[in-house]
Structures are given as structure tokens and as C-alpha cells.
Design a protein around this ligand. Structure first.
Ligand SMILES: Nc1ccnc(=O)[nH]1
Length: 435
């Protein structure tokens, strides 16, 4: 069995690395983007990565036999304030409206600071064990929840610093911006927590004015933006384009991440081209949530069969240079009954749902370096000499091996050492699920 040395510097030899994740590596990459390499680790950092040479590996090196090694994951769109409430608040019919109503009722009745903190910690332990290094969560910020969840988040972010870098974005329907005084207070609260300003956009008559308010607050406080947009099959939902237009006419210079954008995949080609031109020009980044949207979209709650996948047009976006990511989204809550914040599962499912293959190209960046850039996390999501020795050692030696099994026996290395990767037991949350 492979053991990562528990002390001192060490070498890993015969490691399979992907071209898209190892920018500095000069090696003969194969058609799948892989090359064999040798990695040296010292003092929690990668001291060197070189192309594998049979002849001059140090005698004491651990031979990985061609296993794939990837940098730790970056999960840029989650909802760990909602996570794991399913047992006490299931979605009665699996639809989006069912999810909104169930979550709203559970939030009002149950989301005390202790409840939110314990479920968040559970989620973070799972993500950490699976190999996630950084995460952005949305925090439901409909009054009075913002006063409960943001202080909990700030405490947990400190507790987890160094294991998972945490960011938070506020989440509310954009109609909430109509209460200007309250929204200005919320923006100030978000700024005080060094957070990200977020809203859910849909086609309201005053959408443009409301977007201007959101941009004005982001500019005033120097905040990045994070939207939930067009999470629907309704082709008249074009708020992604409206966000791009608002970014352009407000001259916004911060980072903007837009999630979901499901309706775009249903729109006529000319409308799509127009929207994507604007998205590229406004330098928006887009995250698709393939597991949650496969579950939630095209479900009518009437025992009919879904006919489309719910994901947005990531290939067309990437071809235009728009930064694109995939992420976990919800876990075991009314929006998605499953999930464990395992970014390998997200990547595996995305490969099937979104065709991240044949060729794989640089799609692995969608769960690593691209979300890291959107989140302004320098050096995260790549493997490079001088960078942190934060990586995941898989059993698989190829894409077909890596993406066929759950890889429950992966080794997660943080600061050069293999971590204990025990997943939390669901029973820990049982007392929160009664009543
Ligand atoms: N997909 C989602 C939309 C809104 N809120 C959520 O938690 N999830």
C-alpha cells in the first residue's frame, strides 16, 4: 500500500499529471493530456516537478505506478447553510418551487446559530476529506436570517482557515433590493465580513433598476458579485444578458460569477450568440451546477420523464474565452436530495452530463484553477514548484479508471502530509433532524 511519508522531505516518482493543471511542467503529454512526472516535497511545499526519468529518481522515492495526482479542488458554488436538512424537510415533489417553499419554512422554523453552525461544520469535514481546499458558499440572507448566518460564517471561516479557505455570498431574490435601506445595510454587513454580494435574478419588470442598485452597492463597498441567474427552462428568462449589460454600463471592474443560466441552453441560436457576446465583453465567469440542475430542471412533479439536462452552454462559453466552472451546489436539502461536496463526483458527473471528454482538453481547470481565479485565490488549483503541497493521489491511472469508481480510497495530501480522511457520520446530525 502506498504511504506518503509522515515526516521529512520526500519524492514521489512515476506520478501522472495533467497538462492543464501543471503550467510549468515541460514533458511529453499524451493525447489525454497526461505525462509522467516526479514530485519533490519539502516543508509543506512542492520543491520541484520534473518529467519522469527512470534513471535518476532517488532510491527512497515512493513509486506511484502512474497514478493520477491532481491539485486540491476549489468548489465555487455551494449552500452549506442549507446542507443536510433533507431528513427533517424533504422536497415533497422534487420541483424548484417545492424546494423554495420547503427551505423557506425550514429556515424560519429551525435555522438557529447552533443549527447552521453544526450543519456547516459537517459539510466542511466532508469536503475536506474529499480533497477540497477552497469553497464559496451562498448564505440565505432574507431577514432576519442574515443576522444569524453571517456571524456563524465568520467564526467558522476562522476555525477552518488553512484547511478550507471559505468565502460567502449573500443570497436573496433580487426583489429584496426594492427595500433600499435594508439592502444597503445588508451590503454593508457583507462588506464587513469581506464577503461577496449576491442575488437571484429573474425577469421582473424593474430588473434593470434593481441590477443597477446591486452594482451601485458593489462599487461603493468594493465587492465582487455572484448571481444565481435563469435557473429555469423558461426561454424568456434572459437575466444573464441583463447582468452583462448592467456590468458594462456600470463600468464594473470587480469579478462577477454567474451560476446556473439554464434557460440559455433552450434559447434560439441568435439569442444565444448575442448573450454570449455580452457575457464575454463584460468579463463574466459562469458556473454550471450539473448535479443539482439535472435533478431539479425539467421536473414537473407529474411522473413524466425529463428530456433535457439542465446545464448551460459551457462549451460555447469556453470557446469564447469565458471562464467556466462546475461546482457542487446543494447537498441533501430540498434543492438536491443527494451529494457530499465531493468535487471528484462533480467532475465525474459533469464529464457525463456536459461531455468534458473526447478530448478532455483543459476541462480539469473547471474544478480547480478557474474557480480559484474567480475567487482571487492565487496559486490554488494548480501544481507548481514553490506552491503548497496540496494534492489528491488517486488510484486511477487514466481518465477511464479515474472516472469509473468513486475513488473512496484516494489519498488527500495537505501541506505535504496525508490527512485523516474520515467522513462524518450522518448520525451526528440526528438530534437536529427530529420534530
Ligand atoms: N439551486 C438553488 C437555487 C437557490 N437556492 C439554492 O439553495 N439552490
Amino acid at each position: 500500500m502506498l504511504e506518503i511519508p509522515a515526516s521529512g522531505p520526500y519524492h514521489l516518482t512515476n506520478v501522472r499529471l495533467h497538462a492543464s493543471l501543471t503550467p510549468g511542467l515541460a514533458a511529453a503529454f499524451d493525447a489525454d493530456g497526461f505525462a509522467l512526472a516526479d514530485i519533490a516535497v519539502a516543508d509543506g511545499k512542492i520543491s520541484s516537478i520534473v518529467a519522469h526519468r527512470q534513471s535518476n529518481s532517488p532510491a527512497a522515492a515512493a513509486d506511484l505506478g502512474g497514478r493520477v495526482v491532481m491539485p486540491c479542488f476549489v468548489d465555487c458554488h455551494t449552500h452549506i447553510d442549507k446542507g443536510h436538512i433533507w431528513p427533517r424537510k424533504p422536497n415533497p415533489n422534487g420541483t424548484f418551487m417545492g424546494a423554495l417553499n420547503a427551505t423557506g419554512a425550514d429556515r424560519a422554523a429551525r435555522w438557529s446559530a447552533d443549527d447552521v453552525a453544526r450543519r456547516m461544520d459537517f459539510s466542511l469535514r466532508s469536503a475536506y476529506a474529499h480533497g477540497t481546499r477552497a469553497m464559496r458558499t451562498h448564505l440565505d440572507s432574507v431577514a432576519p436570517q442574515e443576522e444569524i448566518s453571517w456571524p456563524v460564517f465568520e467564526t467558522i471561516r476562522e476555525t477552518w482557515r488553512g484547511r478550507i479557505e471559505l468565502q460567502a455570498a449573500c443570497l436573496l431574490g433580487i426583489e429584496g433590493v426594492r427595500d433600499r435601506k435594508w439592502f444597503e445595510r445588508l451590503a454593508k454587513r457583507v462588506a464587513a465580513a469581506n464577503g461577496v454580494l449576491g442575488v437571484v435574478t429573474y425577469m421582473l419588470p424593474d430588473l434593470e433598476e434593481l441590477l443597477d442598485q446591486v452594482f451601485a452597492q458593489a462599487i461603493k463597498h468594493g465587492l465582487d458579485l455572484d448571481f444565481h441567474a435563469d435557473e429555469t427552462d423558461d426561454i424568456s428568462a434572459i437575466s444573464l444578458k441583463k447582468i452583462a449589460e448592467a456590468a458594462l454600463w456600470n463600468g464594473f471592474e470587480g469579478n462577477i460569477l454567474v451560476g446556473h443560466c439554464c434557460s440559455l441552453a433552450r434559447q434560439p441560436d441568435l439569442d444565444v450568440l448575442d448573450a454570449l457576446d455580452k457575457v464575454a465583453k463584460a468579463r463574466l465567469a459562469v458556473v454550471s451546477l450539473p448535479m443539482c440542475n439535472l435533478y431539479l430542471q425539467d421536473r414537473r412533479g407529474d411522473k413524466t420523464t425529463p428530456r433535457w439536462r439542465g446545464v448551460t452552454l459551457l462549451h460555447e462559453m469556453k470557446a469564447r474565452g469565458i471562464p467556466v466552472a462546475v461546482a457542487s451546489d446543494n447537498t441533501r436539502d430540498p434543492f438536491y436530495a443527494y451529494g457530499d461536496l465531493d468535487m471528484l463526483e462533480v467532475y465525474r458527473m459533469a464529464t457525463r452530463i456536459l461531455h468534458f471528454d473526447h478530448p478532455v482538453g483543459d476541462w480539469p481547470q473547471a474544478v480547480t484553477s478557474t474557480p480559484a481565479q474567480v475567487m482571487r485565490l492565487d496559486g490554488f488549483g494548480t501544481l507548481a514548484a514553490g506552491g503548497a503541497a496540496d494534492f489528491v493521489v488517486f488510484k486511477g491511472r487514466s481518465w477511464t479508471e479515474l472516472l469509473s469508481r468513486p475513488e473512496s480510497d484516494r489519498i488527500v495530501v495537505r501541506d505535504g502530509r496525508a490527512i485523516e480522511r474520515q467522513l462524518p457520520d450522518y448520525a451526528e446530525l440526528d438530534d437536529l433532524m427530529v420534530g
